[in-house]
Design a protein around this ligand. Structure first.
Ligand code: 4AD
Ligand code: MG
Length: 430
């Protein structure tokens, strides 16, 4: 007997196959029963006709509860009206486990209720669509870097020093020493870039964010790249090609999932290269024209990013931020030392910053000075300073938050649905 995945049923029309999965829904007229079965790859309707299969099997099917696990066997038929476009005319049914009364029924549930049952919520069509798109996005990033001869060089998760300021550190006890969960793999990427040229890392990063927003998680996954001999312009070019590539992959391979999510794909299809670029100073002018109360030197909040982003149909790079609001490692602009050669990429449709990046300080003395200004302990950064002592080169890099990118491409209004098990403020279960 052939076992088949629901998504591949089109290859088996006219054949008898077995599908292994769970009961999603059941209805019966007494003479004919319809079993909607899910297997993780899709939904299929199994049709059970009492006259054909006999009383015993027909009665057995009636004992099935929502989410009971089962194996159904039947002949695959094309049926445009059925969910997924195929139907199984059932000849056999094996019950694997009868489920207890399932808490998530087919009516609407509040998001609090669902979040408490995230391990079960994940079984619903929209949630599986999001996780499939996330998987495609992660694969697309890896493929992009692989095609361009980048080396994957994973960064540590436990670190002795802060990369992105000391206010969002998760501290841990490291056999009696103080250590932190990594906020970013960047500093290690700078070391591996000096060893290998072009590198990236992809792993979980941690920020003890004190605020509850639709864009912030305590634990999120970041794709970070670092390139020797890249300046700020090389850096932005690489990023836009990467983001464009990932959008095309999702459009090409996740049509069904985007449809399930009712994503307006025209907005994604319209995105062309190159992406617009605007300086921080010009962005401030945009904000003022839009009536925002904002002064040069302030950092953008989510509403500001939305206003800026709304001026463009594609993601927009905002570059050359004030030195005072950016991290210690950002290289000052030689033409204007009040700003740095950093650039963030803001997604359209109100999704805000998805990438933070820039050119790094390559001068030892300036870097030492910045560490002191930011009151960072120089002992923890000695190894990092070595990178400027031994063969320093101009170099640049960036970090892209996977969850914010997934939220944007899927058109979701909250980041909590972009990762199987989100870690949010005061929310650690399940
Ligand atoms: O702008 P950030 O803080 O940049 C860095 O960490 C750099 N060291 C990266 C680098 O150059 N290698 O963070 C980068 C991205 C943000 O643009 C955002 O997409 C995401 O990480 N991000 C978060 N996503 C979810 N929840 C949070 N709390 C996030 N903080 C940052
Ligand atoms: Mg940032």
């Amino acid at each position: 007997m052939t076992t088949a995945l629901i998504k591949n049923l089109g290859r088996h029309v006219g054949e008898t196959v077995t599908v292994q999965g769970w009961l999603y829904n059941f209805r019966s007229s007494g003479k004919i029963s319809f079993l909607i079965v899910r297997d993780g790859t899709g939904l299929v309707q199994g049709v059970l006709v009492k006259k054909e299969v006999g009383d015993e099997l027909f009665a057995l099917a009636a004992t099935l509860t929502q989410e009971s696990s089962l194996k159904v066997t039947g002949v695959v038929r094309e049926e445009p009206r059925a969910v997924g476009g195929y139907e199984l005319t059932l000849t056999g049914l094996e019950i694997v486990s009868i489920a207890e009364e399932y808490p998530i029924t087919h009516k609407e549930h509040g998001v609090e209720f669902l979040a408490e049952r995230r391990h079960l919520w994940l079984r619903t069509p929209k949630q599986t669509a999001v996780i499939r798109i996330r998987s495609e996005i992660e694969q697309a990033f890896r493929d992009f870097f692989y095609q361009r001869d980048f080396v994957l060089a994973d960064a540590p998760v436990i670190t002795p020093a802060a990369c992105e300021g000391t206010t969002t550190l998760f501290e841990i006890d490291y056999h009696g020493d103080k250590a932190f969960l990594s906020q970013s793999g960047q500093l290690y990427n700078e070391a591996t870039a000096a060893a290998l040229g072009r590198v990236y890392c992809f792993g979980p990063t941690f920020r003890a964010e004190k605020s509850k927003t639709r864009r912030h998680l305590m634990e999120f996954w970041m794709i970070e790249a670092e390139m020797a001999y890249f300046d700020i312009d090389d850096n932005m070019r690489l990023q836009e090609e990467m983001v464009h590539y990932v959008i095309q992959r999702v459009l090409e391979r996740c049509r069904q999932e985007l449809k399930t999510l009712e994503r307006d794909v025209a907005k994604l299809e319209a995105i062309k290269l190159p992406f617009p670029r605007i300086s921080y100073t010009d962005a401030v002018e945009l904000l003022k024209k839009a009536g925002e109360d904002f002064s040069w030197g302030d950092d953008f909040g989510a509403p500001h990013e939305t206003v800026i982003g709304n001026n463009f149909d594609a993601p927009v790079f905002v570059h050359r931020y004030p030195t005072a609001i950016k991290a210690f490692y950002m290289k000052p602009d030689p033409n204007d030392p009040n700003v740095v050669l950093g650039a963030d990429l803001l997604a359209p449709e109100g999704y805000g910053e998805i990438i933070g990046g820039g050119q790094r300080i390559d001068d030892l003395t300036l870097l030492e000075q910045r560490l002191a200004e930011h009151k960072l302990p120089s002992e923890a950064f000695e190894w990092y300073l070595d990178l400027r002592r031994y063969g320093s080169v101009p170099h640049s890099g960036f970090g892209l938050g996977i969850e914010r990118t997934v939220a944007w491409l899927c058109g979701l209004d909250h980041i909590r649905e972009t990762i199987p098990f989100p870690r949010m403020l005061h929310k650690l279960y399940p």
